[in-house]
Every structure is written in structure tokens, then in C-alpha cells.
Ligand binder design. Structure first.
Ligand code: NAP
Length: 350
């Protein structure tokens, strides 16, 4: 492993997560260059002293470390291997660190492609949400050993509270998918609980408070259920990204012969939410699937967009892609689930 002292840092993808992470790097005194598909989202960083680059390649060309925090595996592929990709442009010995939640297989391919040309590519997805990014307290899952990744510590420390070394390339992504599988069922768990409470006429604030004191608690319940209760669906974590993550996990699980019934249920629900117009809402909007159509419409959802007649099955080969999942996930099971939740919600209408 070539040793570089990190001085110049590039950051590609300054969205909900990337912008605050990049800000911590800048505030720590690193010489930062940023690029984002939509330039405006990087403007505050540039105003704060970062350099702007017109392409990922231009950002990477003299950087010691290049971070990427884009949306989908396709975006990662584009940023690394596309016409203006960072893999070719990065200097020899440079590190490319992908913070995106992406495919473990792609992470391994990028790692191998980089090593061949004396560069380093490592998967390093994060958890902790928008708040963790803003507070600089993210948990990192690194597809490398501690010894290999030592050179990155000064810059990782600017936005992480915990760095976990999973060892092999791609293992960081696999660990992150495990996190998402667990989170997905926690989301469905609290959405189910709120539906039961609402239908039974209980005070929802009180129910969330009680659950948070016992074994029914989860970080999802504590941080997101209060938002669901008051109807705050602004995104910290986009529904379309949740659908992408569970889709990637289901694909991997299928490849190695593991059934994940909890994740399967969550995938179907998030897919429905995206199909009826909720892609850009936060994941806490899941509870709208259980509420009456008036609540859904007020949040911008439209149940008539749901194509309930497609009797296909989940196509996990495309489940982690940007455009495919809504088609891919159409399944008999989902239709049953939706008609069940809709009937339940309609029963609850005054
Ligand atoms: P986001 O707000 O959509 O940010 C992604 C950014 O990447 C956008 O600004 C997008 O540009 C940019 N981008 C995409 N493709 C690009 C390309 N080819 N070239 C340059 N820029 C490109 O999403 P986010 O919430 O920050 O999430 C980013 C990733 O982290 C996702 O994989 C997500 O699953 C994961 N994650 C999110 C959270 C969370 O709580 N939000 C937590 C952990 C992990 P545009 O501005 O043009 O769209």
C-alpha cells in the first residue's frame, strides 16, 4: 500500500449527506475540491472556501483522497468509470473512498480495478443519518483492514464517531445492507404499531413514549415515529434510497440462498410508497400507507398511480437500480399486502 499524507481532498456528491460531511472536512483545514451533478447544491461549500470542479475527473486529478457520496450503484459506476470518471483521473497512490450505500459486488470490482493501476478504492458506507452527518458522528463500515486504511484516519475522524473495519473489499457494503435490513423491519414494526394504536383510538404521542421505554424501542421509533405522528415527511433519508438498499440486500440474499421475509415485506411496502409518488419523501412516510387516502393526498401521494394488476414477482436482479424496482417489485404478494393495508386504513376513516 502506497502511503500518502492526506492534504488534498475531493468530494463528489454534495446532497443531503455529502454536503455536511464535506463541510466537516473543509472545516478541519483540508484543501477541498467539490463536484455535484447539480452545482447549486455545492455552492455553500464553495462560498465557505472549497474549490469547484466541473467534472468528477477534474475534482480527482490532484487529490490524495477522493470521497464519493452519490445515490445509486449506477451513479457510483458513472462517477468511477464513466467518461469523466475518477478512476482514470486520480493520481497514482490516491485513495477513492465510496460512502454511498451501493453494491458489494461493484465495490469489489472497483477495488480490483484500482489496484491494477496502483490506486486504492475502498467501500465505506455510513450510518447515522442526516443528523449524524451534520454532527460529524457517523458510524463507518470500511471494506478494508485497519492497517490498510490507516492513512485515511485524519480525514475520516472529521466526520465519524466510529470506524469499523470489516476486512475485505465489499464487506463494508454487506455490513451496511445488514443494517438496512434491520432498519427496514424496525420501520415496518413501528408503522404497524402506530396503525394499531390509531385504529384503537390511543394517543399516538403517548404510545411512542411508552414504546421507547421498553423492548419495543428502536432508533427508528425514537427518531422517526414522532415525525410520522405530526405528519413531518421531509426527507432525512429518501424512500427511494430505502427501496434501493433493501433491493440490494434481497439480491445478495438470493445469490447466497438466504430468505429475508422481513426485508421482503419492507421492500414491497417501500416500493408501493415510491410508486404512489413518495420517492422523495422521508422514510417515516411509510405510515401513510396505513392512513386514510386524505392524509396520503395531503402529503402528495396518489393511490391511483398504483398498478395493482401486474402480477409479476420481485426481480431482484434489478432491485437495486434507479428505475427498475417499481416494475420489478410488482407481485401478487404486494397486491395482497396493499389491499390489506388499504382496507384497514379505509375502515379507519371517519
Ligand atoms: P442525495 O441527497 O440524493 O445525494 C446524492 C447526491 O449525489 C446528489 O446531490 C446528486 O446530485 C449527486 N449525484 C448523483 N449522481 C451523480 C453523478 N453521476 N455525478 C455527480 N453527482 C451525482 O442522497 P443522500 O441522502 O445524500 O444519500 C446519498 C447516499 O448515501 C445514498 O446511497 C443513500 O442511500 C446513502 N445514505 C443516506 C443516508 C441518509 O440518511 N440520507 C444515510 C446513510 C446512507 P443531484 O443534486 O443532481 O441529484
Amino acid at each position: 500500500m502506497a502511503f500518502v499524507r492526506v492534504r488534498k481532498v475531493a468530494f463528489v456528491g454534495t446532497g443531503i449527506m455529502g454536503a455536511p460531511i464535506a463541510r466537516h472536512i473543509l472545516d478541519a483545514g483540508f484543501d477541498l475540491t467539490v463536484h455535484n451533478r447539480t452545482k447549486e447544491k455545492a455552492d455553500p461549500l464553495v462560498e465557505a472556501g472549497a474549490h469547484w470542479a466541473d467534472t468528477p475527473a477534474a475534482a480527482a486529478k490532484d487529490a490524495d483522497v477522493i470521497f464519493t457520496m452519490v445515490g445509486y450503484p449506477d451513479d457510483v459506476e458513472d462517477v468511477y468509470l464513466g467518461k469523466n470518471g475518477i478512476l482514470d483521473a486520480a493520481p497514482k497512490g490516491a485513495w477513492m473512498v465510496d460512502l454511498t450505500t451501493s453494491s458489494p459486488t461493484l465495490a469489489r470490482e472497483l477495488h480490483d480495478a484500482a489496484e491494477v493501476v496502483n490506486k486504492h478504492a475502498v467501500d465505506c458506507p455510513v450510518t447515522g443519518g442526516q443528523q449524524g452527518a451534520e454532527d460529524g458522528t457517523l458510524t463507518l463500515m470500511m471494506g478494508a483492514t485497519e492497517v490498510e486504511a490507516k492513512v485515511l484516519l485524519p480525514v475520516l475522524d472529521t466526520f465519524a464517531k466510529s470506524i469499523n473495519y470489516l476486512g475485505r473489499p465489499g464487506d463494508g457494503q454487506t455490513c451496511k445492507l445488514c443494517n438496512q435490513v434491520s432498519l427496514a423491519s424496525c420501520m415496518v414494526g413501528y408503522a404497524d404499531a402506530l396503525a394499531l394504536a390509531r385504529q384503537s383510538g390511543l394517543d399516538l404521542d403517548q404510545v411512542v413514549d411508552v414504546l421507547s421505554q421498553g423492548m419495543g424501542d428502536s432508533a427508528a421509533l425514537e427518531r422517526l415515529a414522532p415525525k410520522s405522528v405530526v405528519g413531518d415527511y421531509r426527507p432525512g433519508f429518501l424512500n427511494e434510497h430505502m427501496r434501493k438498499d433493501i433491493g440490494l440486500a434481497l439480491k445478495d440474499a438470493e445469490d447466497i440462498g438466504v430468505d429475508l421475509p422481513g426485508a421482503d415485506t419492507a421492500f414491497n411496502l417501500y416500493d408501493v410508497l415510491c410508486q404512489i409518488g413518495g420517492s422523495k419523501l422521508g422514510t417515516q412516510a411509510l405510515t401513510l400507507l396505513y392512513q386514510n387516502e386524505g392524509d396520503a393526498a395531503a402529503a402528495g401521494l396518489d393511490w391511483s398511480l398504483l398498478d395493482a394488476d401486474d402480477g409479476g414477482y420481485v426481480d431482484k436482479d434489478s432491485a437495486g437500480e434507479k428505475d427498475a424496482p417499481s416494475q420489478a417489485a410488482a407481485g401478487r404478494k404486494r397486491v395482497q399486502l396493499v389491499s390489506h393495508t388499504r382496507t384497514a386504513s379505509q375502515n379507519g376513516e371517519a
